[in-house]
Design a protein around this ligand. Sequence first.
Ligand SMILES: [Zn+2]
Length: 176
Amino acid sequence: MAVLPVVKFGDPILRKKTEPVTNIQDAVALADDMFDTMYEEAGMGLAANQIGVSLNFMVVDISQVEGEDGRPLIIINAEILETHGQADMEEGCLSIPDIRATITRPAEIVLGYLDEDGEAQEDSFDGLLARVIQHEVDHLNGVFFTDYLTPAKRSLINKRLTEISETGAPSTGIIL
Ligand SMILES: [Zn+2]
């Protein structure tokens, strides 16, 4: 088991769009450590650039959440092909500790990706799983959930985001 440090807001790697994965085996080997890291931090998803690797893959597992079932997923070279509906859900982020906010996103997505065997898949996701995957796809494109906040709400967290870039954590938490 290898728990890796999670890269925090302010590190330029998190603003950079990741490159497509070409070596599936290398990505899958790294995904093992990413699962360890995600479970240790009680997260539901983790993008490769959050552990400092600028490649397009993520790990997701919502089975730890009460009332949700599912299995650990490795999602490589993800592309959202379709979106449907709209839902509000509170989000947090391992790279932006102690800040949570309700964000509006599509309720359902159709995702094209490669699985851990390198096989092309096209699947529909809804509910919490659709939410987590969209959050991670954003990471892989250099986007944070806080980017969706209105300027008024954003002004409430700007100081905290600066604190995270400087020390890794805000002096106080907030839920918006
Ligand atoms: Zn995140």
